[in-house]
Ligand binder design. Structure first.
Ligand SMILES: CC(C)(COP(=O)(O)OP(=O)(O)OC[C@H]1O[C@@H](n2cnc3c(N)ncnc32)[C@H](O)[C@@H]1OP(=O)(O)O)[C@@H](O)C(=O)NCCC(=O)NCCS
Length: 278
């Protein structure tokens, strides 16, 4: 199955199975056929049922395999209380029987399990204003198993998840050093809400926000016919420049508005972010 438009990532979309974790209460509010990519009934997982246990535990394993090395693995209660109950989890997977034994062992899939094994997930949580959502977790096994050639998996997972959840205004939190910013900036310029965030366990976190429309989702999916506008950079912030982050934060608090206007750029001192006034 593919989307209603062609993308650079059609091989992944056709070769992997979309899934959605949703409670019966939330499910009617979700789009279970984003751009015609129908999520089969058996791939809509109810976290309130016993039969969902192994799949939900594999989502935690996915998180460990991807986030684990960065030291932010999630306990199951965060999955349940802060993800499955209030929001949703959308991703792509493959059935265990279609996977080779080495991968199953490295993943930690139980030998008796023949169900879907998640390869990516995007978790988001609704905020107070209808249509506002915050991104809570993005995970893709592409970097863990580079031999599978899954480049693009992270981006299509986040993009289609926003369509599934019917997000209108998106908020996200990430770290200036995070490679995920290569993905987030595919959705267009990112309005900066915080540039230095002592409320977070990693103060080098930024909070960003953007409106979600069909064009930005298609662009992030890799639709070559969609081009988004990015204003030119007026300044650059090094991903480790704490002083620069605090100065930017002070200007935001004083009422100035900034946006990240492109993906992270490598330069002679490391990685820097293009920023412009809005
Ligand atoms: C971040 C993560 C989701 C990315 O998944 P992925 O499937 O590799 O992502 P994609 O292939 O869709 O996109 C990665 C993009 O980053 C680019 N990229 C990554 N590292 C790069 C680098 N060092 N230099 C330049 N580009 C880089 C890739 O080229 C690609 O962009 P492209 O398709 O335009 O070339 C995955 O690494 C992960 O699960 N990490 C751990 C969890 C995490 O950090 N989550 C994000 C929380 S905010």
């Amino acid at each position: 199955m593919t989307l209603q438009f062609a993308t650079r990532n059609d091989a992944i979309i056709a070769g992997y199975v979309p899934f959605l974790v949703a409670t019966p209460q939330n499910r009617p509010y979700f789009d279970t056929a984003p751009f015609g990519l129908s999520i089969a009934e058996r791939e809509i997982i109810d976290p309130m049922r016993l039969e969902s246990k192994t799949f939900l535990h594999l989502l935690q394993r996915l998180d460990q395999l991807t986030f684990g090395p960065e030291g932010m693995p999630m306990p199951l209660w965060i999955f349940y209380d802060c993800s499955e109950l209030p929001g949703g989890i959308f991703g792509f997977g493959r059935y265990a029987d279609a996977l080779d034994a080495t991968l199953l062992a490295e993943y930690g899939v139980p030998a008796e399990y023949h169900g879907l094994v998640p390869f990516s997930m995007y978790i988001a949580i609704p905020m107070s204003r209808p249509g506002d959502w915050m991104g809570h977790n993005l995970a893709s096994l592409s970097p863990t198993f580079p031999e599978l050639g899954l480049r693009g998996l992270g981006a299509i997972t986040k993009a289609l998840a926003l369509k599934v959840y019917r997000v209108e205004q998106f908020y996200g939190v990430t770290q200036w050093e995070s490679k995920a910013l290569y993905i987030h900036t595919k959705f267009g310029p990112l309005g900066l809400t915080t540039a230095f965030t002592p409320a977070h366990s990693t103060p080098h976190s930024l909070t960003y926000s953007h409106a979600v429309d069909e064009a930005c989702i298609r662009a992030a999916c890799g639709d070559p016919t969609v081009t988004l506008d990015y204003p030119p950079a007026e300044l650059y912030l090094d991903s480790l420049d704490e002083k620069g982050m605090i100065e930017l934060q002070e200007q935001i608090e004083a009422g100035e508005r900034f946006a990240i206007v492109g993906p992270p750029e490598r330069y002679e001192n490391g990685v820097r972010h293009p920023i412009a006034r809005r």
